[in-house]
Design a protein. Sequence first.
Length: 579
Amino acid sequence: MRSPMRTVPGPTDHVIVVGAGLAGLSSTLHLLGAGRRVTVLEAGPGPGGRAGVLTTGGFRIDTGPTVLTMPHLVDEALAAVGDSLAARLELVRLDPAYRARFADGTAIDVHTDAAAMEDEIGRFAGAREAAGYRRMRAWVTELYRTMMGRFIDANIDSPLHLLGPDLARLTALGGFGRLGPAVARHFTDERLRRVFSFQSLYAGVPPQRALAAYAVITYMDTVAGVHFPRGGMHALPRALADAAVAAGAELRYHAPVVRLERSAGGRITAVRTADGERLRCDAVVLTPDLPISYRLLGHTPRRAVPLRYSPSCVLLHAGCDRTWPDHLAHHTLFFGAAWERTFDEIVRLGVPMSDPSLLVTRPTATDPTLAPDGHHLHHVLAPCPNLAVGSVDWLREGPRYREQLLAVLERRGLTGLGDAVRVEHLVTPADWAAEGLAAGTPFATAHTLAQTGPFRPRNLVRGVENAVLAGCGTTPGVGLPTVLISGKLAAARITGAPRPVPAGRTTRRPATAGAGAGACADTAAAGGDSDTAGAAAAPQDGARDGAQAGTREGARPGAAVLGAPAGGRAPSVGTGVAG
């Protein structure tokens, strides 16, 4: 029989959540739904964490994740307080979910409707490959059904807790093999193999090395579907923050946490902010990047093997006076010819891809209001080595690499792109590091076998009984859906297993002063090495001033907020593709 889930002992009436990004906001809503009083402390000027927004030159630039899958997880968090996704956001289901363009000049649209995708593959590669797609779709769907409840959306205290029929089923499905060969069993066309395996890069591992179990991300992208919220991706954390305030949470912005006070028994009793304020608490949820959270706790768990971090990325946000609708969907993948060699370059050699595969997102294809009339936004994401592997001087090489990316895209069909740019913002691993992200990557710890499932850094830290971690560095891992689950799992460590939300529940708590909460690995606070009483540390604002003037938006007008200004200077941007 499975042992009960470990939870925070003692009183947990008042919980402080450090960080107002997606993980923190998810945790906040689930905590509120379980009757806890919640205070959220965020170093930045508003909610979102890495899922921020930069407003400049009439463009609203999402600075974080661009791919939204599994929106029912958003609805689940809102339902915890009697709210709903439909009441807060208008989502558009993208069709195609992606367009994939290849070095040989061919292209294919990726549809999530089974019949439409089977027809598209038949047109693109023939009937045999279409039959392979049917088999692949059935396989990833069964993987998802097997993994979601037991391996992803669950707190795991020991590898022994995984023993059972689901583990046997996962093994039978080939989940512990390698993703690249597993996908290759369904397709002979190398182009299709790329389309249905590149998703492992979200988890920080090339397809040839990733566990086949990570085809669950392929399911999320190519079967469950990709969505986009009207108003941009930042509308998501803004909606969660508004719902949290309406349900009684207090959100404090410009409130970086610098110290955790602990009793002689090791229990955290209070949180100190940079301005010297002391807030008592019964429990704490920490959502910053792992090294920052560990420094605040004054304890880094021992591991047999040091943590390995995912590759990073260079992001170019370009507001242009034209676009290329014949080449670009909402999301377009430009695959280079040297597929496997480029993985070796960024993972082992520590150099940028010589023949890069790029993701270009054009949100104005779905929501033209994000740019001035006649203009378009293009987000260009280029995977690159993290700072632990590479020795690139990004302060010097960043502008040069920007020119190379534009030249590559012009050669691949976006003729005149360089001349069309009117507003831009470039982000490199040096910028990620300046925001406090370990190894200069927004994708946190890689999903290697030694950092997967029960072997991933846990959300409970031994020796600190009432602190819980959330965000993409801990369980279950990287990506917008898993970050939302991370917040839910952190809340469950405090409240016990979540109770089902009664159908039709609409009762809300009265709003109090406050607003918002957590993200993938929120940049809400920085700490120094602390002792039993806690230790002071230089606060981290979570984002540096950007290269161009602009404003980052926080909560919507009218939200009850402490310390939220009307606007501020442009910060450096947040996450990459998956949140």
